[in-house]
Design a protein around this ligand. Sequence first.
Ligand SMILES: [Zn+2]
Length: 375
Amino acid sequence: MAASPAIFSDLIGQPGAARFLTAVISQNRSSHAYLFLGPAGVGKNAAARRLAAALCCEQNGCGQCLTCRKARRGAHPDIQVIAPAGSIIMVDQIRELNRALSLRPSESRARVFIFPDAGAFNAASANAFLKSLEEPPSFVCFILLATSEDRLLATLVSRCQPVRFGPVPAPVIEAHLAENCEVRPAEAQAFARIAGGNLDLAVRLCRDQDLARRRRRYIQIGENLVKGAREGGAAQIVAEIAAAAREAAQKATLEFTHPAVGTEHVPEGFCTISKKRLEEDARRRANAAARQEIDFALGVLQSWFRDMMVMAAGAGQAVLNRDFELELEDRALPSRLGSYQQAFQAIGAARGKLGYNIDVELALQAMVFDLQEVL
Ligand SMILES: [Zn+2]
């Protein structure tokens, strides 16, 4: 039996996946294709890098050697990331991959291809990929990442070994934040609880001052709604959230670099893309960022009303926003429990609609009116 890999020991909050991958590598039973399934921000990317390292490292993922270190930093030439070109994995990308597949590893014992968003395959690229996925050269391994099987073509799913990742438990996130981020204990507890299992989001709340500021601001909006201070009314609240969403969209546009035009992961000539396609992709990326910001705003607001319910029901130890415990204690009235519940539901309904193609500002406006009605 091969040596047990050390490299999975520090995967955070995924004991099942870590155990499984450790067994696969130490028993030398590696499959040629894996499908990592689980919500965003729970460590699938980190695990994929580690599995890639374990497959390339001469000692099964010692975590120390040059191969392991290069792999973890995303700088190993035998580990390639196939990111969507914009929002889809294009058939040209896969054809190029198919052509290059038989090349031997350049400095290790394996070649690993990581697909960070397997949901981005379309029918054409998936079909072009099937044969390679089924019968790759013995030294090749594919790792596909996706949030859910539902968004994937069944033909891809059936050819991969699934590995499941769950939400990271709040106490695990809290301990990680306390150890790795500069954060007050009440904040660490709050961020761990409101992140809903998304470790990446909790870490960003610690490190991204602007994100933390926006969270406080959205909580304040919730407080003001409860106090009845309309702060210029619904229009202003909607305008404020919409402005934050626009800012997120602008930022995403500025940061948008097309994976197919010369990033380190995709070799030159991988595929050529028209200017129109690039613009479409940039727009799609901007829209996604705007919706994500609105969902963040509504998520914070919803957590606030959830906490108001919990506090009004006398279960203060269960609040999510621990760093606002005193404010919650101050504001929550047992007699208003029903209103808080209605507010919570109204926000939930608005969040649910965000996934559809609707006028977001109009939906926000309707939600704020509903809130003012019930509070
Ligand atoms: Zn190593």
